[in-house]
Design a protein around this ligand. Structure first.
Ligand code: HEC
Length: 126
């Protein structure tokens, strides 16, 4: 292969990388290199849910256990697998508490953070 052919090959390979590079430059969502696809990266709402709600509401959590015993509850009590959650319901439960769930103040979870968590549980694309 000549030097010219080789540099053309390099150019072609570099241009294949361009969309990923452009995405990296414009999006702060992916701090890792190489950039992970949007589908693979957890949303902000999912990350916040895991940090603030996960210890009670993921598998083995106290909230999951209590909800799984409630009549009519599907998805094994796992909030993330439910299809019936809507944003205002999640926000109200979190701010007021519900049964064995303590209320969570704005000092612990801000309104914008709660909006992201609620949208994640309501399966709204953010
Ligand atoms: C200390 C544990 C705990 C934490 C932390 C917690 N929850 Fe809960 N949650 C519970 C329990 C327990 C229940 C069930 C309440 C009951 O019926 O007694 C519940 C119920 C709920 C419900 C109502 C489900 C229904 O169908 O009635 C929602 C929605 C909810 N939690 C959302 C959240 C979100 C969002 C967070 C994080 C911001 C969170 N919870 C953090 C323990 C917790």
């Amino acid at each position: 292969m000549s030097v010219r052919q080789f540099s053309l090959l390099l150019l072609a390979a570099a241009s294949l990388q361009l969309p990923a590079v452009a995405q990296q430059a414009t999006s702060a969502a992916s701090p890792v290199w190489p950039p992970v696809s949007e589908a693979a990266a957890p949303s902000q709402g999912e990350v916040l849910f895991a940090v603030t709600c996960g210890r009670c509401h993921r598998a083995g959590g106290m909230g999951t256990g209590i909800l799984s015993r409630r009549p009519g509850i599907v998805a094994g009590g796992l909030l993330e697998q439910r299809e019936d959650l809507i944003v205002p319901f999640v926000q109200t439960v979190v701010r007021r508490g519900s049964g064995n769930m303590p209320r969570i103040s704005r000092g612990e979870v801000s309104d914008p953070e709660l909006a992201l968590i609620a949208a994640y549980l309501a399966k709204e694309k953010k």
